[in-house]
Design a protein around this ligand. Structure first.
Ligand code: PLP
Length: 633
């Protein structure tokens, strides 16, 4: 169904099969995984919803695609150096994800970027290829620097990137103590600044980076210390998800100029690090809109290579090895969050025939009259008149002049009129704003078993859009329009903005829930940042995971290599200082007292206590036994 634009944002990784299910093609080759079969298998293995599905082969495909794009761009341009990309761990720190990326990147000497001590410690342990880089960004203390230098002692190419000028003296001091020559990078603060949600990493007010004057001072200090060639790398980062290629081009040229000038000041350098920024086309629109990019990966690689080459050639400086720190573009596609919609709050249930009764005030008759005379031509005037009557009814009710039933009759007729007006406007080129608002108010709310705060934080915090769609029933027309609400006790826990090629949509096309049948929705391109940023609002914890691999030897062509259970209730409670054993003890004491005072029978008490203890070990999300309920409220 083209309604969801899957052919565009899916980048060949996601398609719909003839059973109406989404299938995942992790390598964009014919091998495909029917997502409903996969879910069945995950359920057999004990996983319940919500669950994250990770496709490890897809991760590998992303690593290879990016490395090949740079290699091709360099070959095409006769670039005289190499690409040495790194994966910024912060985008997804899960061990299995990082291991897969490092393994897939080995033929390309693909390295790791760490922005904190915990990330560096993980990177140091997993990194084995001494040709690849470990880039250390972020503010650093002595222990951070010492551990990076331990890497140097082990023969690793660990580059400490100076984020603020004071760090340089500290790095030089600690290096002397440790007795090793550091590899130093320097983050330049570019004038070039991008657009988009994460643009504040660039420009003169950026949190990180050194100014031109500080750069000159750094150069002098290094020379004074007799270590001009410890400076190996020039780094910049204009922000994540850069929508417009123009930003990248400008920034790369400016950074290449800094690189060349530093080279001429007597530093051999060797690496130019263009940071992250490579965007993901979340809505498939291929535009410079926040959720998209107006460029392809190949254009991105070609522009970086060509612009660096041109500036360096004009400055007569050897071409540097190019480093990029793309995390989003590597991991976004590999994971899908699957949630179950277990209830729909429908606003336009089957129309009921309203009639006025003798006790009704005149407004009931008047609104019915408007309804009788409603036509395509007088639709807006009728709507406004009905609105006026609804407001009058509210005022009369507030003053005690109208009963509950009369108010209910007026409101019911009003919503019937509103629905008719929305229908009249459907498909029109220009739909008035007030009718668009009504359309949203009249749409359904699908209640889904997940937490926006745990699984979709960037949507809540920054309004980031992700592709969302049903993962099955795609050979049936989705006749309902709805928004999604989560199970947190927070009205912000909802998704009411959806991707669209032209604009943002306020509702999503959905199928009517069928009693006793499950209805599953997939949130796609979820692999970047969401896993780690999620919080424990309402104490909903980490979600269940299944890691999936392709395997030709399996009849299905794939298998679940590992399942990871989400947080248990006892676990999330312990994060806020509740001890699960102590909780169980306190409840048991109360149950014992209730038995003593004859409020509970011992057999009943034991059953209730067992339930409490079982819940402490259980999943934080709702658990349904078998059938999805489709309660229509
Ligand atoms: N490098 C640095 C220094 C960053 O701050 C970030 C994220 O903002 C990245 C790399 C990852 O960039 P992206 O999300 O564009 O892959």
């Amino acid at each position: 169904i083209s309604l969801y634009n899957i052919d565009r944002w899916g980048s060949g990784y996601f398609t719909i099969n003839d059973r109406g299910n989404i299938q995942v093609n992790p390598t964009r080759a014919p091998a495909a995984i029917d997502i409903m079969e996969l879910i069945e298998e995950a359920k057999q293995q004990g996983l319940t919803f919500p669950m994250v599905l990770r496709f490890q082969d897809l991760l590998r495909d992303r690593v290879e695609t990016i490395n090949k794009a740079f290699a091709a761009a360099m070959q095409e341009a006769n670039y005289r150096n190499e690409y040495r990309g790194v994966f910024p761990i912060k985008v997804n720190q899960l061990r299995e994800v990082v291991e897969e990326i490092v393994d897939a990147g080995a033929p390309y000497h693909f390295g790791i970027e760490a922005g904190s001590k915990p990330e560096l410690l993980a990177a140091m342990a997993i990194h084995r290829d001494h040709e690849s880089l470990i880039i250390c960004n972020g503010y650093k203390d002595k222990l951070f620097i010492e551990n990076a230098l331990l890497g140097r002692k082990l023969g690793k190419k660990v580059i400490l990137v100076v984020e603020k000028i004071e760090e340089l003296a500290e790095i030089l001091r600690v290096s002397k103590e440790v007795g090793v020559e550091p590899m130093i990078g320097i983050r330049v603060r570019l004038a070039a600044k991008g657009a988009g949600k994460w643009a504040t990493s660039g420009g003169e007010n950026a949190k990180f980076g050194v100014s031109t004057a500080e750069l000159v001072a750094a150069s002098e200090l290094l020379k004074k210390e007799g270590l001009p060639n410890a400076l190996k790398l020039v780094h910049f980062h204009v922000g994540s998800q850069v929508p417009d290629i123009g930003t990248i081009k400008r920034a790369v040229r400016e950074a290449a100029r800094f690189y060349s000038k530093l080279h001429k000041l007597g530093h051999e350098l060797g690496y130019l690090d263009v940071g992250g920024g490579l965007g993901v086309d979340y809505d498939g629109s291929r535009t410079a809109f926040d959720s998209s990019t107006n460029y392809s990966l190949h254009e991105y690689a070609r522009d970086i290579v060509w612009n660096i080459m041109e500036v360096c050639d004009s400055e007569k400086v050897p071409h540097p090895a190019i480093v990029s720190e793309s995390g989003r573009a590597i991991v976004a596609h590999h994971s899908i969050l699957v949630v179950e919609a277990f209830g729909a709050i429908e606003k336009d249930k089957a129309p009921i025939q309203i009639e006025a009764v003798a006790e009704d005030p005149k407004q009931v008759g008047e609104v019915l009259e408007i309804q009788r005379n409603l036509t395509q031509q007088n639709r807006m005037e009728s709507l406004h008149d009905a609105q006026q009557l609804k407001e009058q009814a509210q005022s009369m009710f507030d003053l005690g002049l109208m009963g509950l039933e009369s108010k209910a009759r007026i409101e019911t007729v009003y919503w019937q009129i509103a629905k008719k007006v929305v229908d009249f406007c459907a498909g029109m080129k220009y739909v008035p704003e007030e009718v668009k608002d009504l359309e949203v108010t009249l749409s359904d709310q699908y209640v889904c078993n997940f937490s926006v705060f745990q699984s979709l934080l960037d949507h809540w915090a920054l309004g980031q859009l992700f592709p969302v769609m049903p993962i099955h029933r795609l050979n049936e027309f989705p006749e309902r329009q709805g928004t999604l609400v989560d199970i947190t006790c927070d009205s912000d826990g909802k998704v009411s903005k959806f991707i669209d090629l032209q604009d943002v949509k306020d509702t999503l096309s959905l199928h009517k829930l069928k009693p006793g049948e499950h209805y599953y929705l997939g949130f796609f391109l979820m692999g970047a940042y969401q896993d780690i940023m999620g919080d424990l609002h309402n104490l909903f914890g980490r979600v269940n995971e299944a890691h999936v691999f392709l395997d030709e030897d399996e009849e299905s062509g794939w298998y679940i290599e590992e399942t990871i259970e989400g947080s248990a209730i006892g676990e999330v409670l312990s994060m806020t200082q509740w001890d699960k054993n102590e909780l169980a003890r306190q409840v048991k004491a109360q149950v014992d007292a209730a038995i003593k005072s004859d409020r509970l029978k011992p057999s009943e008490a034991m059953k209730l206590l067992a339930n409490y203890e079982r819940a402490l070990k259980g999943y934080t999300y709702l658990q349904f036994n078998g059938n999805g309920t489709s309660a229509t409220k």
